[in-house]
Design a binder for this molecule. Sequence first.
Ligand SMILES: [Zn+2]
Length: 283
Amino acid sequence: MLDDLSPWLLWPLTAILGLCLGSFLNVVITRLPVMLMRGWRAEAREALELPPEEATPFNLVTPRSLCPRCEAPIAWHDNIPLLGWFKRRGRCANCHARISPQYPLVELAGGVLAVTVLALFGPSLEALFILGACLTLLAMAVIDLRTQLLPDLLTLPLLWAGLLYQLLFQPLMLPSAVIGAMAGYLVLWSFYWLFKLVTGKEGMGYGDFKLLAALGAWLGWQTLPLVLILSAGAGAIVGILIQLAVPRLRGAPMPFGPWLVMAGWIALLAGEPLMAVYTGLLY
Ligand SMILES: [Zn+2]
């Protein structure tokens, strides 16, 4: 049915869908870490046998969009993806506090990812799976940048979805995907412990292992070296540049998740030509 849609309709509709999904991701990015913190606090109080705290409902739908400073509700016409932020020049309509450029940037990234996936995979169920993976990765990268967390609620479903994707679309790849998931976790887990034994420091978190396990499920074990080279290489170069430019950041921990996400996007969307070059270099 999707094949009958006129391209004149399909492309703009896909872009708008991507922008709206990006807008929803912003809600996930800002609220999920708060929801997790609240949950952990409540569990800790229960374990300590303290009375539960009075808490107003807080989830992905309640309360509706508010200004982060004055908590004035944001009108629907100021909440339109991309346009709303520019219409208000990045400020709250009520108190004129600055609203983070994260909002339009994530919305724009959602739109760009949706159009790219459509261009590469055509209007298909497979494209929806790939878009879902790319958007989940986007949410993880921004959450990791903001909070240094990679929630299990995102990494583990991404892993299961990767195995389902292989089962549905490339069943012959399934063994490679299962090995990829295990190897992805093990590689970073071993690196973490080796680094900790040698330097006494923690180089990354368990969320990174789970994220690479998920990428292994989506890409197969054969692509993992490429993902590691891309993410570690880009992370190291940018990390060194940032520390040279801003000396006070020297020694500050840098999240590794965003680099894994970037490498994962590249491998998901341009994996085949890249692997051809990569294996060509090896032999
Ligand atoms: Zn405000």
